[in-house]
Design a binder for this molecule. Sequence first.
Ligand SMILES: Cc1cc2nc3c(=O)[nH]c(=O)nc-3n(C[C@H](O)[C@H](O)[C@H](O)COP(=O)(O)OP(=O)(O)OC[C@H]3O[C@@H](n4cnc5c(N)ncnc54)[C@H](O)[C@@H]3O)c2cc1C
Length: 410
Amino acid sequence: MESLLSEAQRSLRDEVRAFVRDEVPRQLLLDMDAGIVTYPRQFLEAAARRRLLGLRFPQEYGGRGLGWTDEIVALEEIGVLSTSLPCLYGLVSIVGEALTVFGTDAQKNRWLRPVLDGKLTVAEALTEPRGGSDFFGATTTARRNGDGWLLNGQKRFIVGAEGADFFFVYARSNPDTASHESISSFIVERGPGVEVQHVYGLLGMRGGGTGRVYFRDVFVPAENLIGGEHQAATVFNQMMIPERMTSAAGALGTARAAIEIAARYSDQRKAFGQKIRRFEGVSFKVADSVTRLDAAGALVYAAAHAVDSGDEPGRVRRLVSEAKKFSTDTCWQVINDAMQIMGGIGYTNVYPIERLLRDSRLLMIWTGTNEIMNLLIQHEYYKELGRAAPARDVEADAPGAELPEEKVYE
Ligand SMILES: Cc1cc2nc3c(=O)[nH]c(=O)nc-3n(C[C@H](O)[C@H](O)[C@H](O)COP(=O)(O)OP(=O)(O)OC[C@H]3O[C@@H](n4cnc5c(N)ncnc54)[C@H](O)[C@@H]3O)c2cc1C
């Protein structure tokens, strides 16, 4: 990927790499995994001090005005920290997108700026107990009440629920119309009627404050509506870009960390009198992992480039979904192979591979499962196929092509 990066991007990568190396204590990661730290606010504050939050957002609100091809460079480096910290880092990018694209100046000043300054923290409350994939079936309601709304319902699996100062929430504001015109999105500040419960024991991804959030007659003032009333479908579609790009890019760093540990180990560990990297069963796993990772990196970069260059929305959706699916699938395969390379010790907590494995499993499930990514990819591909510019009729390049009676479709 090196040759694809500009001088400025390499410098950004080095800057983020230094932050990850010097400012994130090992003990923080251990305490998060052990459940001793449930919400690492200090990590976001440290990133904000270095102006590393929300890199894509305008400088006047504390961002750097960069593009996706820059942000993925940073996200990959943050991904070395596995999934909890990168998720909290990514949430700034996700909720920041909604505020930047759909927020008014007043809303940006009130919420975006303090988030980028590390003074306020945020969570995204989308998934409900009845389902995450079927987003438009949301049942949390927002009823008009004076100059605002009353919110009722519950969301689950919300990262950052334990510590976030405010939530980005989707709720059904118009029960009488089609789903796509019935949902609104709001900023809901932690306050009366907002209750967070810590109910989950998680396989990995610990310490990120994942919880269930209840909204009981929460008054949300008019100025907290983001985007138009009942127009959250548009907001949702826009936010799926950062949702999926943050997962895709972070996965590259997580997998890279694992394969580096395993490759170094294979260059020292001996069996049958020689270094285990001399066995093809080991070194070819390294080769496959590095190749898959480079392919994933190239796809993530291509998706980032498509977003930055304003490619057509359908193709952006397909590429972003492909990047999320391929990168997170690859991450899981690479870490699994890294564990295999290390043998029994890879399964213990002497090395962090077991934690990376536990953490990374979630990447294939959240921000849209990889099955939902397939749904989107094939949908957009068929649409593109129908619009494809005339090209050579390759179907005719077969000896039997002129036997139409053999081309039976029903
Ligand atoms: C630790 C953790 C953290 C999370 N963080 C957040 C967060 O911060 N904010 C947030 O809003 N959500 C969060 N999520 C929720 C996550 O995004 C959802 O779990 C995910 O979208 C899947 O939804 P679900 O669990 O309801 O599964 P379901 O939607 O019930 O899906 C179950 C299975 O059915 C499959 N399926 C469903 N529909 C289809 C279809 N049409 N075609 C093919 N297959 C289908 C799915 O792929 C899956 O395999 C988190 C989840 C976890 C576990």
